[in-house]
Design a protein around this ligand. Structure first.
Ligand SMILES: [Zn+2]
Length: 273
């Protein structure tokens, strides 16, 4: 059942001008992300025509073509960054993995944490074993293994249209959220976790009383329900997972979002807990 009632207290912080600050904060035009997405699609298409064997593989896996290490750049590095973004920090820290396709120190550190969590040699280099684990997190429809697109789509329409960014951008942001949430899930001990509210159209957000510039309008936010786990615990795990918007853990759900990744100020309503 969709938790509409939970959204009424979804304040999502003050409406502030888009000022980037804090470690790792930056501005990145949405258009750049869309271009990269297109590049990714073209790369997948090229793999698909290479033969039936690759076609089968590409239906449920990203086609990694090289071992990735610090200093490299490209769309495959960008995809790596998306998939390890939930491992942004070892302890509560206002930082995130910049999704820019440039393999720097922050990406290395995140890869190491991902590797350690999945019992791989934590060398910060994404070779075949690490890439295999990264692909194991992906579902055939492009979502992740523990989350479904239907948890993130706008309830009245079942899609990603009508928000403050294009449907394709909102969907891509939701996909990035899924990988961060996979990390939070591991940090909580692989417990079941559902998303009560993901993307909302402007009309639906208004109908449920959401904040006027809610991160849900961009596909950048998720309201989490983790049965049997206190929201404060979810909040704490989110503090190490690259989330730049965290609503108070006393709410009926735990709101998390990635606002700093579109240049907004960090907002951890209860600070570091
Ligand atoms: Zn929310």
């Amino acid at each position: 059942m969709y938790g509409e009632q939970d959204t009424f207290d979804d304040q999502e912080g003050p409406v502030e001008p888009a000022v980037a600050h804090g470690p790792g904060a930056h501005r990145r035009p949405v258009r750049a992300g869309r271009r990269a997405l297109l590049r990714g699609s073209i790369a997948l298409g090229a793999a698909a025509v290479a033969g039936p064997f690759l076609l089968m593989a590409s239906a449920s896996a990203y086609t990694w073509t090289r071992t990735l290490r610090e200093g490299m750049s490209g769309p495959d590095v960008k995809e790596l960054q998306i998939r390890v973004a939930g491992w942004a920090a070892g302890s509560a820290s206002q930082t995130f993995v910049t999704i820019d396709g440039a393999f720097g120190a922050g990406t290395t550190a995140a890869v190491k944490r991902f590797q350690a969590a999945y019992s791989l040699a934590a060398d910060g280099i994404a070779g075949p074993a690490t890439q295999s684990k990264l692909n194991a997190l992906q579902s055939a429809d492009g979502s992740t293994v523990h989350f479904n697109w239907s948890e993130f789509t706008n309830p009245p329409t079942g899609d990603f249209s009508g928000g403050k960014v294009s449907a394709s951008t909102a969907k891509e942001y939701a996909r990035r959220l899924m990988y961060k949430l996979e990390a939070v899930r591991v940090k909580l001990g692989n417990v079941p976790m559902t998303v009560n509210s993901g993307f909302r159209s402007i009309a639906h957000n208004r109908a449920v009383g959401g904040a006027s510039d809610s991160m849900h309008l961009y596909g950048l936010a998720a309201d989490l329900d983790v049965p049997g786990v206190a929201n404060i615990t979810v909040y704490r795990r989110a503090e190490t997972s690259g989330f730049s918007g965290l609503e108070t853990y006393t709410a009926g759900h735990q709101h998390v979002d990635s606002r700093a990744e579109i240049g907004r100020a960090w907002w951890w309503q209860d600070g570091t807990v």
